[in-house]
Design a protein around this ligand. Structure first.
Ligand SMILES: Cc1cc2nc3c(=O)[nH]c(=O)nc-3n(C[C@H](O)[C@H](O)[C@H](O)COP(=O)(O)OP(=O)(O)OC[C@H]3O[C@@H](n4cnc5c(N)ncnc54)[C@H](O)[C@@H]3O)c2cc1C
Length: 469
């Protein structure tokens, strides 16, 4: 009997653990990742010669070692996983058939089961000045530290929602930056409303407390219940004005404070990289905190599309521990399903992974209010604020489209070109959806997301033309 062909997209904790589990169960496994080295977002690896790979606290670094050892196990085995780094998956067609851009050519991978473990991207909330050079995503700033050992600014403001803000600010302070201010939309103590959830995630909570202590030692002001108002400077950012908000995210005039900075790092949560799953035909549901439109799956990660599975944050933001545990469950289920077998036995075989996923879910529920965006945040952009950066579409132009009756995400896209640029709408989708929903946290349930079309990611035409047989 021939081994089932399992193709995994994403070499983060979910994809690596899925690949290893599938390999252990005798599958022929291909692992595709657009990064040059395995690890995904949180366990991103820098150049081996750089000390930057050590960015993070001991518990995070220990889990990173576990995940990278799992990668080494399958990459160095006699019949190793067929691993392609620097490779971008840009389309999925029925089969499932995955289209991938490699370094000099493109190739189509036929799979018995396709596992999409593509993680999340960062969510922006546009405010005046957010497109100035020097205003960066907080996770991007962290990625530059991890991958290149470079601190992107000297005097910085870190603004946004959720615990990543604290981690990145502390890592910047550790790297020698002066932290002018840290602002959080919602105080992290709201998590205490769910003590059982906090207990379930006590390892992560300990990390968070350690980061807060680092910030306190660095003398960084942490302003809770504050939001950015505008960034200014020419040609790059020179100052950031922040203000208290009214509980619904709207800045309270008169409370403003201005900080001189050479970098602003911002993050307002995450958006699931679900475009390949959507292209495959997977049904999606809207979850404003867990990544926006996320694929609907069963407990084994299977979508309703035969042979298409989703694992990790790409299925709903839940963190690296859940991603790793779920990777194993989905890797195993994909092999069993491809072999025409049932998956019920996995409850017993992988009981520890199911328990890990469940208990971290409780922690993620405690975290939820810190990432919930009240409707007022979508009022920060003024009419001349650019919202779709790729196509240069302003908030005023988007509002005009809504006033003219284009009230769905796809209607606004067709009318204004918002979301038709290089990023395929990953940056502006949340803003456009909020506008379509008239400032509500999410669009009406019946509103579909922007239609995904090949190419899901920008790929040079020459590479597409050089299709391997
Ligand atoms: C910028 C950023 C910083 C973060 N920092 C932290 C942190 O400090 N602490 C924390 O607890 N959590 C952090 N997170 C969240 C954390 O990364 C995730 O919870 C965890 O990594 C999820 O694992 P995953 O395997 O599901 O996805 P990821 O680790 O994100 O891995 C997904 C992989 O898929 C690849 N990929 C995506 N699309 C394609 C494609 N089309 N073709 C080929 N490859 C593709 C990516 O290159 C990536 O390697 C961060 C997330 C982001 C986006």
């Amino acid at each position: 009997m021939t081994a089932p062909r399992i193709v995994v997209v994403g070499a983060g904790p979910a994809g690596i653990m899925a690949a290893r589990e599938a390999k252990r169960r005798g599958a022929a496994v291909t692992l595709i990742d657009e990064a040059l080295r395995p690890g995904g977002q949180i366990y991103r690896q820098g150049d081996a010669a750089l000390a930057s790979s050590g960015v993070g606290l001991p518990e995070e670094l220990a889990h990173k070692r576990t995940v990278l050892e799992a990668f080494a196990e399958v990459a160095e085995a006699a019949e190793a996983v067929d691993y392609h780094s620097g490779a971008t998956a840009y389309a999925v067609f029925p089969g499932p058939q995955l289209h991938v851009a490699l370094a000099d050519s493109s190739r189509v991978f036929e799979a018995d089961a396709l596992i999409l473990a593509t993680g999340v991207g960062e969510r922006a909330v546009p405010f005046p000045g957010w497109t100035l050079p020097g205003v960066l995503y907080a996770g991007g700033v962290q990625a530059i530290m991890k991958a290149h050992g470079v601190r992107a600014g000297d005097r910085v403001a870190v603004v946004g929602a959720g615990p990543l803000i604290i981690a990145v600010a502390a890592q910047l302070a550790e790297a020698g930056a002066e932290i002018a201010c840290v602002t959080l939309l919602t105080p992290l103590r709201v998590m205490a409303r769910r003590p059982l959830g906090l207990w379930a995630g006590r390892g992560v909570v300990r990390e968070g407390m350690a980061y807060l202590r680092q910030l306190r030692r660095a003398g960084a002001p942490v302003l809770e219940g504050w939001v950015p108002v505008h960034a200014e400077g020419a040609p790059a950012v020179e100052s950031l004005c922040v203000a208290r908000h009214d509980g619904a995210g709207r800045p309270l005039m008169g409370s403003e404070r201005r900080f001189d900075v050479d970098m602003v790092a911002m993050n307002f949560g995450f958006t699931a990289n679900s475009e390949l799953a959507r292209m495959a035909g997977a049904e999606v549901r809207f979850d404003s905190v867990r990544g926006g439109w996320v694929p609907v799956r069963n407990e084994f990660g299977a979508t309703a599309v035969p042979g298409v599975f989703v694992a990790g944050d790409g299925a709903a933001l839940r963190g690296a521990f859940v991603a790793a545990a779920e990777g194993r469950i989905v890797g195993a289920a994909a092999v069993l399903t491809a072999g025409g077998k049932g998956t019920a036995e996995l409850h017993q075989e992988l009981a520890a992974e199911f328990t890990e996923r469940r208990s971290h879910q409780a922690f993620q529920d405690a975290l939820r209010p810190t990432l919930d965006l009240p409707s007022g945040v979508w009022s920060w952009a003024t009419d001349d604020t650019v919202v779709c950066r790729c196509e240069g579409i302003t908030q005023g132009r988007l509002r005009q489209a809504v006033d003219e009756g284009h009230v769905t995400v796809n209607g606004i896209k067709r009318n204004t070109r918002a979301g038709m640029g290089w990023c395929g709408g990953r940056t502006c989708l949340a803003s456009v959806a909020a506008l379509a929903a008239q400032g509500q946290a999410g669009p009406p349930a019946e509103t579909p997301p922007m239609r995904p079309r090949p190419l899901a990611r920008p790929v040079p035409a020459g590479i597409l033309a050089r299709r391997e047989p």
